[in-house]
Write a protein that binds this ligand. Structure first.
Ligand SMILES: Nc1nc2c(c(=O)[nH]1)N[C@H]1C(S)=C(S)[C@@H](COP(=O)(O)OP(=O)(O)OC[C@H]3O[C@@H](n4cnc5c(=O)[nH]c(N)nc54)[C@H](O)[C@@H]3O)O[C@H]1N2
Ligand SMILES: Nc1nc2c(c(=O)[nH]1)N[C@H]1C(S)=C(S)[C@@H](COP(=O)(O)OP(=O)(O)OC[C@H]3O[C@@H](n4cnc5c(=O)[nH]c(N)nc54)[C@H](O)[C@@H]3O)O[C@H]1N2
Ligand code: SF4
Ligand SMILES: [Mo]
Length: 750
């Protein structure tokens, strides 16, 4: 929203200075920004919007760099099409779309739809258009088997939520602003700013918990910056959180501390959980987890005794060997201690505009997994996907169903997916590769065609999914700042490419008509008269979709049925957003299981406890975990000099005892190897690691032929996914194991 012109104290000299208030689209914190522009230029610095009702002046270093992203000379602004020499040439949109049609239709006509697939990357959760229209690409394409960054991320949580609550995107969220006791497991908001926990300034909230007499505990193999805001750091052997949590539940039952509180009549499976944990004593897991039995007992008692508590876990609990068990068990602990669906416990967000994935289009049904299997490895489908590491073998292995065409939407799997080196070898074997992306990076350099989206400042913003797990209910609309009017919006690209994959030709594709059809279907689902609703709008696309979701949402006007209800216009009229208070209890309304109750002991998940039992006592030697840094965003913001300059952040963190044992000095180079690969990386000796665990950041390794990221190539770093064997997955979710992988570390002679 632009509210002022002629800002007198502005740094700019021109008379076109405007101040814009908008939401940062980069991460789940959704910070309000104040951006000044002078004509076509962004005037630094980008600041926090202190009046933003949600973020109240919080911001991180990335948010100040949206101008750099917008002005980055390496950002792709016109379609690129590879010529016969393999060199990208700039093309018109007509030429680029024609080339897409030619390539995709040859594959479809020769090999059929099963030879085509897509990969969807992380910005699909954040980008205004992609978050609302990637589903349109999938539906238009008719492709059955797709891939996404989800299987190197939150798939275990999706499985757990599908089984427990009947919707794979219904995630319990810590009521961090009211809780008295917070356990953070396998998450580092000091870097990530919160994940599946939307909250500006998570660390500030942790400080407040302690100021009001509460307690914060971090369970992590690394003493992260988050621990500076906690009372206690509990180091844990990577991949063993499920054993720790089973023992914690054991103590709750054993000591009579179980209290289901308000959930008593809404939960099935209490006895099954009790029976399951009966022999999981703290003593049984202490050696494997390296958490002393007495610590587990004390933590169980403290959680049970606290006025309110939240046990929260994230990527460290998902991207590991027992990701689903661990992701499920944190919800179990919260349920068993009356910390569920009550203020200060885990609650469900209540967005002004519900997210598409949280809508239940079908009647409740028993979850089904393994309805089909991947062709080469025979990996079972889980929630419609197989592990992303299957993609390379599906491209490389000849036979019926071999993948010949790939569409990548805002993803960089050559860096972000396990066994990255094999995918890098596989992609050139494709007959057709189309990337919808803004840079020529490790992945897109293999494309036949790159179709660029808009910069964050060239499009409006309203987060689609993130409010579903936000610590408060609020909303904020951002207008686009720059409108050059000469390029398609990403929603149009997605719809067109999807239709091309589906066999339509450019001549017959009408994006608006497809969008209207999609929109009318949604209206009917909501019980609205589609024709009447459509008549409200001149334009289609994500803005119309946002208005629809606000109007059918819990506070919406339903197109006049609730005359005092909200519409998007209310947010346009309030440039700093509107706040509607903390989370509210939502069980049983939100539960979509056949029983209508929360299934606390889903058989699909509990059956995996035997696998964990067999893991006890195993010693893997040195293991590798991943980390993030506040100045990086997965693989794609290393081209911003302001963020990457200074100290090298792509280092191997090693505990001093391990460094001594291996013969590594601080600043020396180590070779880290697994059975699939080997990388060389500078060592940072630090007692913030627990002994036996080393840590590398993910998202690096940009110095590859053909990458056109001038800054990132200079600060290239190394790719830790060259080490992660693709076959390592959490068996019941198919999610990658990139944490807790066995590595060999040796010094590289100077
Ligand atoms: N070892 C290890 N591997 C990991 C992880 C880990 O912790 N350790 N984490 C995993 C996780 S959680 C995730 S989410 C994945 C991320 O995996 P990916 O999503 O594959 O990777 P990103 O680095 O997020 O790549 C985003 C891509 O989108 C492009 N992009 C950015 N903005 C836009 C836009 O507005 N429009 C379009 N069209 N493109 C855009 C960027 O240029 C880049 O190519 O990595 C996973 N991989
Ligand atoms: N600045 C920045 N912010 C980001 C991103 C980014 O790349 N940069 N990425 C975004 C994305 S896509 C995501 S998914 C989120 C992720 O958000 P977080 O989950 O907070 O991610 P990390 O900061 O990687 O923290 C994971 C922690 O898990 C620990 N860990 C590793 N293995 C284990 C284990 O087996 N058990 C336990 N208990 N802990 C373990 C690691 O040491 C690390 O401290 O962050 C998002 N926000
Ligand atoms: S924490 Fe940083 S990257 Fe995340 S929304 Fe706020 S300013 Fe943007
Ligand atoms: Mo992620």
């Amino acid at each position: 929203m632009t509210v002022e012109t002629h800002s007198p104290e502005s740094a700019g000299s021109g008379d076109q200075v405007k101040t814009h208030f908008r939401t940062c689209p980069l991460c789940e914190a959704m910070c309000g920004l104040e951006i000044k522009t002078d004509g076509e230029k962004v005037l630094p610095p980008i600041r926090a919007d202190r009046d933003d009702v949600w973020s109240k002046g919080f911001i991180c270093p990335k948010g100040t760099t949206l101008g750099h992203l917008h002005e980055d000379p390496d950002r792709v602004r016109v379609p690129l099409v590879k010529d016969e020499n393999g060199t990208f040439q700039e093309a018109t949109w007509e030429e680029a779309y024609a080339r897409c049609e030619e390539l995709l239709h040859v594959v479809r006509n020769t090999h059929g739809v099963d030879a085509m697939t897509y990969y969807i990357g992380n910005p699909a959760a954040h980008n205004f258009s992609i978050s609302r229209y990637v589903g349109a690409l999938v539906m238009q394409s008719g492709v059955q088997m797709g891939y996404s960054a989800g299987t190197v991320d939150q798939w275990p949580k999706n499985v757990s939520s599908e089984c427990m609550y009947g919707n794979s995107w219904t995630f319990p969220t810590p009521d961090i602003m009211r809780t008295q006791y917070l356990v953070v497991m396998g998450a580092n908001p000091h870097a990530s700013q919160g994940s599946l926990l939307a909250c500006p300034d998570v660390l500030g909230e942790m400080d407040k918990i302690r100021e009001r007499g509460g307690k914060c505990v971090v369970v992590d193999p690394r003493r992260t910056g988050t621990c500076d805001h906690a009372d206690e750091w509990v180091p844990i052997t990577p991949g063993t959180d499920a054993a720790f949590l089973l023992a914690l539940c054991h103590v709750l039952f054993d000591e009579g501390l179980v209290d289901m509180g308000t959930m008593a009549n809404h939960v099935n499976g209490l006895d099954e959980v009790g029976a399951l944990v009966a022999d999981w004593t703290p003593e049984k897991v202490a050696d494997t987890t390296q958490v002393p039995a007495e610590t587990i007992r004390r933590l169980a008692r403290e959680i049970a005794a606290a006025d309110s508590a939240c046990v929260y876990g994230r990527i460290g609990l998902c991207n590991q060997e027992f990701g689903t068990l661990a992701s499920w068990l944190i919800d179990v602990v919260n349920l068993l201690t009356a910390n569920f669906d009550v203020p200060g416990g885990m609650m469900f967000g209540n967005p002004v505009a519900p997210a598409m994935v949280t809508l239940n289009f079908e009647a409740p049904k028993e979850p089904e997994f393994g309805r089909w299997h991947s062709r080469v490895r025979g990996a079972p489908e889980v929630l419609g996907q197989v592990p992303v590491s299957c993609l390379s073998e599906e491209i490389m292995t000849p036979g019926e169903g071999q993948i010949k065409a790939l569409v990548v939407v805002a993803g960089n799997p050559v860096i972000s997916s396990p066994e990255a080196g094999r995918l890098d070898e596989a992609l050139p074997m494709l007959d057709a590769m189309i990337c919808i992306d803004n840079w020529v990076n490790a992945t897109t350099r293999h494309a036949d065609v790159i179709l660029p989206g808009l910069s964050p400042l060239e499009q409006p913003h309203w987060d689609e999914m993130i409010w579903s797990w936000a610590a408060r209910t609020a909303g904020n609309w951002s207008d686009q700042i720059f409108d050059y009017g000469d390029r398609p919006d990403e929603w149009e690209i997605l719809v067109r490419v999807g239709a091309l994959m589906g066999g339509q030709s450019n001549d017959e594709i009408d994006e608006r008509a497809i969008d209207d059809g999609f929109f009318a279907g949604l209206c009917m689902f909501f019980g609205l008269d589609a024709e009447h609703v459509l008549s409200h709008y001149d334009d289609g696309g994500p803005e119309r979709m946002t208005d629809l979701m606000i109007r059918i949402g819990p506070k919406g006007d339903r197109y006049g049925e609730n005359p005092d209800g909200l519409t998007l216009q209310d947010f346009k009229d309030n440039p700093h957003g509107l706040d509607f208070g903390p989370m509210v209890p939502r069980v049983p309304d939100i539960i979509h299981t056949p029983s209508g109750k929360i299934e606390m002991a889903p058989p699909y998940i509990t059956a995996d406890v035997g696998r964990l039992q067999r893991r006890l006592g195993r010693d893997d030697g040195i293991v590798l975990v991943s980390r993030r840094h506040v100045r990086s965003n997965n693989s794609w913001m290393h081209n911003v000099k302001a963020l990457v300059k200074g100290k090298d952040r792509c280092t191997l963190l090693v505990h001093p005892d391990d460094a001594d044992g291996i013969g590594l000095a601080d600043g020396a180079v180590a070779r880290v190897s697994t059975e699939i690969g080997s990388i060389e990386v500078p060592v940072e000796v630090s007692d913030e690691m627990m002994p036996g665990v080393v840590s590398l950041p993910h998202g690096w390794g940009h110095n590859l032929d053909g990458v056109q990221l001038s800054v990132a190539k200079e600060f290239a770093g190394v790719n830790n996914n060259l080490l992660a064997p693709g076959e390592l997955v959490d068996e019941i979710s198919g999610n990658a194991i990139v944490n807790g992988i066995k590595v060999e570390v040796v010094p590289v002679p100077a």
